[in-house]
Design a protein around this ligand. Structure first.
Ligand SMILES: C[S@@+](CC[C@H](N)C(=O)[O-])C[C@H]1O[C@@H](n2cnc3c(N)ncnc32)[C@H](O)[C@@H]1O
Length: 245
């Protein structure tokens, strides 16, 4: 049986590129952070795993900004249709669910693992997010880094005061890992697709890191409209650089 995310991305695949262009300020800003982190490795031949790779365009473009042949990239994607577009645009990903206990075919000791644009918000329920993160930690080399960004449900700037207040109130009055699960329509290229995604609180995602013994080396907040780096998580989505504890 397909997961909610596979249902979504299998039907969203033809529209994904156009949708992604709408968010280019945010995505470009995260990309610059990723390039900076990868450039900070002193060695060449960096082993890189991109998880929830989507249509492959983003990683292909990122590679163009790095010294030629400095990285060997492996990809993971669990939507069949997204994986097909990824193969057309760049290369064939491993078709698997990163929360699964069987990661057959995946290498280990990665120098860098990227998990970009709230991939974790599409992993449901919470127990699967924890096993996915545990898997990522186990695939890291001793000095390897995980670069991950997630959508922040306490992003007052982006979601507005009433949503922000409702989200905080819900977390105080009835805490649950399901808080932040949102069904909403996505409109792109004249088509509307029903979507489901989990939006994290800054505290929740950090608890998850702690659970699997990942240490936060860097924490940044990025404005979802402008891509500007913000001083507080009240104004942006969450970008982390993690290392094994
Ligand atoms: C918002 S898109 C981001 C795609 C890409 N990282 C980018 O930034 O353009 C999320 C992607 O994660 C994939 N995904 C969701 N859950 C996954 C899982 N459990 N294992 C592997 N891929 C997953 C989806 O199919 C989708 O392609």
């Amino acid at each position: 049986m397909k997961t909610k995310s596979q249902e979504l991305y299998d039907s969203f695949a033809p529209y994904y590129r156009n949708y992604s262009k709408k968010k280019h300020c945010y995505l470009d800003s995260v990309d610059s952070l990723v390039v900076e982190e990868i450039r900070s490795f002193s060695k060449t031949g960096i082993k890189w795993l991109d998880v929830g790779t989507g249509d492959g365009v983003r990683i292909k473009e990122l590679l163009k900004r790095l010294p030629k042949k400095s990285c060997k990239v492996d990809l993971v994607e669990n939507s069949v249709e997204m994986a097909k577009t990824c193969e057309e645009n760049f290369k064939k990903p491993h078709l698997l669910d990163i929360s699964s206990s069987d990661l057959a075919g995946i290498d280990s000791s990665y120098d860098v693992i990227t998990c970009l644009w709230n991939v974790f918000g599409h992993i449901d329920p919470e127990v699967n997010r924890a096993s996915a993160l545990k898997n990522l930690a186990s695939l890291l080399g001793p000095t390897g880094k995980i670069l991950i960004d997630v959508s922040n449900r306490y992003n007052l700037e982006n979601y507005g005061e009433s949503n922000f207040t409702a989200n905080i109130e819900e977390d105080i009055k009835s805490p649950s890992p399901k808080n932040g699960d949102i069904y909403y329509p996505i409109s792109v290229s004249g088509k509307t697709i029903d979507s489901f995604c989990h939006f994290f609180s800054p505290f929740e995602i950090k608890e998850l890191f702690l659970k699997v013994n990942l240490k936060i080396k860097k924490e940044l907040y990025i404005n979802y409209d402008t891509g500007k780096l913000e001083k507080t998580w009240l104004r942006g989505h969450l970008f982390f650089v993690l290392q094994r504890g």
